[in-house]
Design a protein around this ligand. Structure first.
Ligand code: ZN
Length: 668
């Protein structure tokens, strides 16, 4: 027998125990759900299908139940989907035999997804009329989803701080700083032609290029366009360049960055259009990558642009990965959209999309461009949209992309092609392009120096909510007070029931606009659904508990008479008002007839409390029950049409008589 030293025996014990433990984890049986660690499953998929897997997602401590059953021997991609979907992970195909495992990214989908989405969107409009309706919806909803208006409303209207002009070969550069929100500035440079007269304007939002707007590719483009006769305005991304002095770079990766950057663009446009040297009939925008995403949004939000050129950015399956591009849910507008459709709202104005084979814009020639051509076709303006696709190029703003920009703008903006010569442009050092000194030491006294002071401007939305809450609570209070319950506890309970219900109705209404309901046919009338009916449909989908909680809550503490009083408050006495109307129209209404009308109007009233707008939804619901009453009269020996006609005639006669009496009075 071999004698083991004590520690050797312990090692062997550990080995055996360890193996047993691992075997327990790996025991493939019904009882253990055939579970395996995620890392192991992926390794096995890798070797089984002979593919390389790269990781941009954490696989540790993650277990896949029924692991091997999820593997489909005929498809590596199906196997990966079956396994990864458990963790909200996905794969991205990177080469013939390489896949990257990534966490779910809401702004990034696949070209296949883009293809399906565009095909779906194409079914929504087949002509100019339908397209214009969709466009109107998008323009409105994007504004709302971007929450830009409350921010635009807070802007100050101060004069820009302008630097000395630096003259170069055929153009000049001048720095500017414009105060947008109180204490917040956007800095940039204006590249001006040296030629006299009014110039075309090109707004040039920046992408995330190294060095931002100081990047030499950027400066070259602005200088060259200025030499040819276009005033170019380049400005910092929020949190980049001189904005970094105010809010630091971390502020860039926030949803506010998207709103602020668009506000900056619109504010600069406002200022530039006050200048006498700018021709408001020639206003374009051009930007690459993230700057291209801004071009799309600016075009949707402001009709003053007459030409647009998004560069290496536009795709139907990628919204832009930075929060400054996709931090606000604009892509959810009107039931779901994408940058290709948003850009299409620019039709029929001149548009050029520049794309390349080395980034997500590789799909433009086969997906986005044909889609845009179709929309431009609605306006008989296919010639106004073009795509320059640089198959062998990558994601940058290199010389060929710039050439495509120049060639687009020269005819459209009437630029002087003879002046096209990039070698004449002077690349300025960054510090020369600063308005606020090397380190921001020249910032105005009122300048914000911390992001949190910017954030306070965004609390307006919270204020709107608070104001709405206050208003709603006042109403709930007045309802309860008028019941004179003389029981504090009871009052509080009833008040809470009403307040909870009112909030639920309001929130559902605000979160489910009529645009969430397709514009279909009203089955009752065969006519196209009005927006009010679409509103009613959207709001009628709220959980039944909203209504039940109100009615049960009220009935717990109130008499039936008091409950009715509350329902009358909600509907501003519409039951009595409508009943009086019927009594006026129907001569000698019988008790039986009145009972029927009241029963119908009671149903209307109880339904109507779950809707928000008095003129729209609540009236629409009463209309349904009024129709029932009219039918009842017709079915029971009366002629509604005749009664109504006589009533109108009677009213008219009374009016005439009154008028005559007044005239006689005047004569006297
Ligand atoms: Zn960004």
């Amino acid at each position: 027998m071999i004698k083991l030293k004590k520690n050797e025996a312990f090692k062997i014990f550990l080995l055996i125990f360890g193996m047993t433990f691992c075997n327990f984890l790996n025991a493939q049986s019904y009882e253990t759900q055939f579970a395996k660690p995620l890392g192991q499953v992926l390794n096995e998929i890798g070797s089984r299908f002979d593919v390389q897997l790269k990781y941009d997602a954490d696989t540790t401590e993650k277990v896949v139940p029924f692991a091997d059953f999820r593997i489909r021997p005929y498809s590596v991609e199906e196997s990966l989907t079956n396994v990864l979907s458990l963790f909200d992970y996905k794969y991205v195909k990177q080469g013939d035999k390489t896949y990257k495992i990534k966490v779910y990214e809401y702004p990034r989908r696949t070209p296949k997804d883009g293809e399906k989405m565009l095909a779906y969107l194409n079914t929504l409009y087949k002509d100019t009329v339908e397209w214009n309706a969709r466009k109107e919806c998008l323009k409105k909803d994007v504004r709302e989803k971007l929450e830009i208006d409350p921010i635009l409303a807070q802007r100050v209207n101060s004069k820009p701080i302008l630097s000395k002009i630096r003259k170069y070969d055929g153009y000049s550069v001048q720095n500017f700083a414009i105060e947008t929100l109180p204490g917040l500035y956007v800095c940039g440079s204006i590249y001006n032609p040296l030629s006299k007269g009014q110039h075309a304007l090109i707004l040039c939002p920046n992408g995330h290029w190294g060095g931002g707007r100081y990047n030499s590719d950027e400066q070259t483009r602005f200088g060259t366009l200025a030499r040819m006769g276009a005033t170019c305005v380049s400005y910092d991304l929020f949190g980049w360049g001189e904005s970094e002095f105010q809010v630091t770079m971390t502020a860039h990766r926030t949803s506010e960055a998207q709103i602020i950057q668009i506000m900056n663009g619109l504010t600069i446009l406002d200022y530039m259009l006050t200048r006498k040297d700018i021709d408001s009939k020639r206003v374009a925008s051009n930007g690459g990558s993230g700057g291209g995403s801004q071009v799309v949004l600016l075009s949707v939000l402001d009709n003053r642009f007459t030409a647009a050129c998004p560069t290496v950015s536009l795709a139907s399956h990628f919204d832009g990965g930075c929060p400054c591009e996709s931090g606000m849910p604009i892509q959810l507008a009107c039931g779901g959209t994408n940058n290709a459709e948003l850009m299409a709202t620019f039709a029929p104005k001149p548009l050029r999309v520049i794309s390349d084979g080395g980034d997500w814009t590789a799909s433009v020639p086969t997906l986005e461009y044909p889609y845009l051509q179709r929309i431009y076709g609605f306006f008989d303006a296919v010639k106004n949209v073009s795509n320059v696709h640089l198959l062998n190029e990558k994601h940058d703003f290199g010389v060929n992309k710039r050439a495509a920009v120049y060639n687009f703008f020269i005819p459209i903006l009437g630029l002087d092609k003879k002046m096209l010569d990039e070698s004449k442009v002077t690349i300025e050092p960054e510090l020369v392009m600063h308005s606020f000194g090397d380190n921001g030491e020249k910032m105005p006294v009122n300048a914000i120096r911390e992001f949190k002071y910017v954030e306070k401007y965004f609390n307006k939305k919270a204020n709107v909510q608070i104001n709405s809450d206050i208003d709603l609570e006042k109403r709930a209070h007045s309802y309860v007070e008028s019941l004179e319950l003389n029981d504090k506890q009871k009052e509080i309970r009833v008040y809470n029931v009403i307040r909870t219900h009112m909030r639920a109705v309001r929130d559902w209404h605000n979160e489910h606009p009529y645009t969430t309901v397709p514009a279909g046919i009203n089955p009752r009338t065969g006519e196209v659904l009005t927006n009010v009916y679409r509103d009613v449909i959207a709001c009628s989908a709220k959980p039944a508990s909203v209504h039940e909680n109100l009615m049960n809550g009220l009935r717990k503490d109130l008499t039936e008479e008091q409950v009715e009083k509350i329902l009358d408050f909600y509907t501003i006495g519409k039951l009595q008002f409508t009943l009086n109307g019927f009594k006026n129209i129907v001569p000698n209404m019988t008790e039986k007839e009145e009972a029927y009308v009241v029963s119908q109007l009671r149903l209307a009233r109880e339904q109507a409390v779950d809707y928000k707008t008095m003129k729209g939804e609540i009236s629409a619901i009463f209309e349904i029950y009024k129709d029932n009453c009219e039918k009842y009269f017709n079915d029971n020996g009366r002629n509604w049409h005749q009664m109504y006609k006589e009533y109108v005639a009677k009213l008219k006669a009374e009016k005439e008589a009154k008028k005559k009496a007044e005239e006689n009075q005047d004569k006297k």
